[in-house]
Write a new protein. Structure first.
Length: 192
């Protein structure tokens, strides 16, 4: 056996061992701290939090990740469509005054807090309900993308309700996990 074959066997064996350890950790709900990032968290007082909270956070992380990607893509899509349809000054031309005022208030409040600005885009300061209104108010721009305005509104309302527990550190019940998966599927089906 030559050196290259030995290296391949070593890598394959290592991969199988890691896979087995992953299954053991999942099956026993333990963390063997095999990953450097996890070990760093432990050193930064993470271990002082209740084990149940840490486990809950680990389980919720995947739902947060899905919703984060979905929400970012929705906001990006709205900006893209509005720019393509109404030009770069779409915000000034097409967004209702009450939404603009609320966004300005959110920006001001954040600036006064002393924290880093979350975004340069005003759309990132809108609520999910305001996003829905922006699309509904300019439905002509979105009618080629979304099948039905009522379906769009219904799916956005469902997503907004699911967003609450995810954004406010509450665990999702099993039914809500199913609902989240269905809502994400509904979102993509809306654009078929």
């Amino acid at each position: 056996m030559d050196t290259e074959e030995r290296i391949k066997i070593f890598v394959l064996s290592n991969s199988l061992a890691e896979n087995s350890l992953d299954k053991i950790e999942a099956g026993l709900s333990i963390d063997l701290l095999r990953h450097e990032k996890e070990a760093a968290k432990e050193q930064d007082y993470y271990a002082q939090f209740d084990a149940a909270f840490r486990q809950e956070a680990k389980e919720m992380a995947r739902h947060y990740e899905v919703f984060y990607c979905l929400e970012k893509s929705i906001r990006s899509l709205i900006v893209q469509i509005m720019k393509e349809t109404y030009s770069d000054n779409w915000w000034e031309l097409k967004v209702r005054e009450d939404i603009k005022k609320n966004v300005e208030l959110n920006i001001k409040r954040e600036a006064e807090s002393g924290f880093t600005e979350r975004s340069e885009l005003k759309i990132d300061y809108t609520t999910f309900g305001e996003l829905t209104s922006i699309v509904q108010d300019s439905w002509d721009a979105f009618s080629g993308l979304f099948k039905n305005p009522k379906a769009f509104s219904k799916i956005m309302t469902s997503l907004n309700q699911l967003r609450g527990p995810i954004a406010h550190c509450c665990p999702l019940a099993e039914d809500e996990i199913v609902r989240l998966n269905l809502a994400v599927k509904d979102w993509f089906r809306l654009m078929e």
